[in-house]
Design a protein around this ligand. Structure first.
Ligand code: TXA
Ligand code: MG
Length: 349
C-alpha cells in the first residue's frame, strides 16, 4: 500500500483534503492525524473490521482498547449507556482537550474497539485539524497513538511515517504536536473516579471539579505487585532501543554517578547517551546529549521527550542515562512516561 502524506496547515483551507481523509475512514481504511497530544492512528470506531486493522497496523495486542475520538458533545450519548454528571462537569471544564474519560459503553460500540471491555474511552481533542477530520469521518474515530507497538508515541508526521509507512492509507501532516504526551485518562465508572494515566489535566485539576479522585500507584512505582487498570499501561511502551536508566538524588551525586557509568559504558564500546536539563547537560560526557529544556519547564520536557527517545534510536545509542525530573503537575506525566521508557530501571544515589 502507498501511504499518502498530506500537509494540512489550516483546517478550513484544507477542507477537500480532510474530506478525502474522512472518506478513507468511512470506507473502512486508516488515516493518521495530528492531535494536540500526539498523532493518532484513526479508523471508524463503530466498524469492527476497522479496529482489527488498527491492531494489525500497529502490531498491538487486541486486548488493549482504543480511545474513541468525538468532535461534538452531541455525539457522546449514542456511544455510552448514560452520561453521568461527572462526565458533564469534566467535559465543560476540559473538552475539547487532553482528557479521556472511561464510561459504560452502549451497544453501538463494538467489542473490537474496546478490547472486549464493557466500557469505552472517549476523548474530544482540541486540535482544529483533528476536529475537522473526525467530523469528515462520520463523528467517531477510534485512535491509538500512531506508533508501532512499543515505540514512543509520534509527535510529528515524519515519526508516524517511520513506523507506519506502507501500512495505512494516509497521514495528515499538521506539524509538531503542541503538548507531546498522551491525554490524561480518568475512569468515571468507579467511585471515586480514578486516574489511569497522568497527563496535562492533572489530579489537582480533576479534584477541583469532582472532589475525590484516586491515582493508581502503579503509574509511578514499578513494584507495587498490582496490575495497572488501563490495559495499555502494562505493556513496555515508549521504549528506546537502547537500555535507559533513570538516576535520582542530589544533583552533584547524580552527575558523578552517571559520568562514572558513561565512562564504563564507553570502555565496553557502547555508544552512550544522556538526558538532562539545560542547567546540567554540560556536565556530562556522552556520545549523544539531549536536554529536555530548563529544569523548571515541565511543559518543554513533555513536548520534547518522545522526540529525544526517537533520536537516541536514530543515533544507535546502546546505553542511556537520564536525570530525574520530579515535581508536581505535568512533571508527574513526564516521569510516568520516562519511568515506563526505562522499564522502571531507577538508581537512587
Ligand atoms: O492523547 C491520546 O490519548 C492519544 C491521542 C491520539 O488521542 N491516544 C492514545 O491512545 O494515547 P493509546 O491507544 O495509545 O492509549 C490508550 C490507553 C491505553 O493504555 C488503553 O489501555 C487505555 O487507554 N484504555 C482505552 N480504553 C480503555 C477502557 N475502556 N478502560 C481502561 N483503559 C482504557
Ligand atoms: Mg499509545
Amino acid at each position: 500500500m502507498i501511504t499518502k502524506i498530506i500537509p494540512i496547515d489550516d483546517a478550513q483551507k484544507c477542507a477537500p483534503q480532510l474530506s478525502e481523509a474522512g472518506e478513507i475512514i468511512k470506507a473502512g481504511g486508516l488515516a493518521a492525524f495530528p492531535t494536540e497530544t500526539v498523532y493518532g492512528l484513526g479508523g471508524d470506531a463503530l466498524n469492527p473490521a476497522s479496529s482489527r486493522k488498527i491492531y494489525e497496523a500497529k502490531g498491538r495486542p487486541s486486548d488493549n482498547p482504543l480511545i474513541v475520538h468525538i468532535a461534538d458533545m452531541e455525539a457522546l450519548p449514542a456511544i455510552v449507556k448514560d452520561v453521568p454528571e461527572t462526565a458533564n462537569k469534566l467535559a465543560e471544564a476540559f473538552w475539547p482537550g487532553p482528557l479521556t474519560m472511561i464510561l459504560e459503553k452502549s451497544d453501538l460500540v463494538p467489542k473490537e474497539t474496546t478490547g472486549g471491555l464493557d466500557t469505552v474511552a472517549v476523548r474530544m481533542p482540541s486540535d482544529a485539524v483533528a476536529l475537522a477530520f473526525i467530523r469528515a469521518a462520520g463523528g467517531y474515530v477510534a485512535a491509538p497513538s500512531a506508533n508501532r507497538s512499543g515505540r514512543p508515541s509520534p509527535t510529528r508526521a515524519e515519526y508516524v511515517a517511520q513506523d507506519l509507512d506502507g501500512r495505512i492509507e494516509m497521514i495528515l501532516d499538521g506539524g509538531d504536536a503542541t503538548l507531546g504526551l498522551e491525554s490524561t485518562i480518568v475512569d468515571l465508572t468507579v467511585e471515586p473516579p480514578a486516574i489511569l494515566r497522568p497527563g496535562f489535566i492533572t489530579g489537582e485539576m480533576l479534584r477541583q471539579k469532582l472532589g475525590c479522585v484516586e491515582e493508581d500507584r502503579t503509574l509511578f512505582c514499578g513494584d507495587t505487585g498490582q496490575a495497572p487498570k488501563a490495559p495499555g499501561m502494562k505493556y513496555r511502551h515508549y521504549a528506546p532501543a537502547g537500555e535507559l536508566i533513570v538516576v535520582r538524588g542530589e544533583a552533584e551525586a547524580v552527575t558523578a554517578y552517571i559520568n562514572g557509568e558513561l565512562a564504563r559504558g564507553r570502555q565496553d564500546n557502547k555508544r552512550t547517551g544522556i538526558i538532562a536539563a539545560d542547567e546540567t547537560i554540560g556536565n556530562y560526557r556522552a556520545d549523544v546529549a539531549r536536554s529536555v529544556g530548563k529544569r523548571a519547564d515541565a511543559a518543554a520536557a513533555a513536548k520534547g521527550l518522545y522526540r529525544i527517545l526517537r533520536e537516541f534510536d536514530d543515533e544507535g545509542v546502546d546505553l542511556i542515562y537520564s536525570e530525574s525530573f520530579e515535581g508536581a503537575g505535568v512533571s508527574q506525566a513526564v516521569m510516568n512516561r520516562l519511568l515506563k521508557a526505562a522499564g522502571h530501571k531507577v538508581i537512587n544515589v
